[in-house]
Design a protein around this ligand. Sequence first.
Ligand code: ZN
Length: 399
Amino acid sequence: MRRWVVVWLVLPLLLGFQQQQLVNRERMTELFLQLVQIDSGSENEAEIGRFVADLLKQIGADEVLVDNASEKLGGTGGNVFARFKGTAPAPPVLLSAHLDTVAPTRGIRIIKTETEIKTDGTTILGADNKAGIALIIEAIRTLREHNLPCPPIEVVFTVREEKGLLGAKVFDKTKLRARYGFVVDGAGKPGDLIVGSPTHFRFEVTFIGKSAHAGVEPEKGINAIVMAAEAISAMKWGRLDEDTTANVGVIEGGQAMNVVPDKCKVVGEFRSHDPKRVESLLAEWKDICERVAQKFGGKVEFSAEKSFDAVQLSPDEPIVKAAMKAVESLGLKPNLKRMGGGTDGNVFVAHGIRCLVLPTGGENYHSPSERLVLADFYAMGEILVRALVELAEKSGSGQ
Ligand SMILES: [Zn+2]
């Protein structure tokens, strides 16, 4: 009997906390709708950058600046950086999202229902990553309005993420004091916490043969396309193991039907959560290309470049613990996950800032069927606010 009394006393309290709504849903949705109206394909982030820089000032940032990323990268617009004082003596936290979107975005027509926001299907929506920007801004507003304990916050909204994390790469990371943070950018459900992403290498291989008339004297030629084909078929592609994928994405070569082609270029990638595995695959692939070129009496130019380093956070890191507690406070189960792609988080982690990636409530990214699921978007707002309160309650060096 007594146990039931306790349950009846505690349950409403528990449910009350779980259902307590902190973020202003209407305001967050309104901001999202404003953001998606601003066209901001990669290299065209100046307008959205100005918009969010002004907004960061309005909501009380102590410092806001737009950097000169475009001088280094071309295009217009720079990374937007802002600093907010905390109300708790906790270590600073980085919050990051990206300003650019993939194409097509021009002439966006929004359809909003009770449960979702999408487009008419002729353009993408841009929830990747405008939902992330709206979540970060609303979380900061909520913390301040409700006088919740809040760590010092550093915001970085990057340009050219979709072009290979370029904005984050050129951003002056010495400005950042944060040693951990949230990158709010990704598909997934509330409760998903992305703690791992792979090392990524891009390669470009050019096989060089010799051209000749294909009908008159083919024996004088060395066919570069045939070389490429032999090399490609000697290597394994696709999902190689649980941690690793490989892809040939582009092949270009040849001028005409009746000419033995003297050049063939192959572009592709390797990804793995195990960095050593990627390096050994690259060595194997290079070896195959060289062997084939030699067999044909041709040449090969091989180049490979690391796009980003793998991330693997452990469940005991403060940023992961805080996110897990936030998820649990909503009555959800934390789901620590790895993703196959990279985010700006990979760049910040390489700089020593441990970044957890939070989903935004969007689905079908990079496609015209992209949509924002409002219930998930709102839940992510609550999770972000609660995780920041958790981090504020950590004692630390402060600032
Ligand atoms: Zn994104």
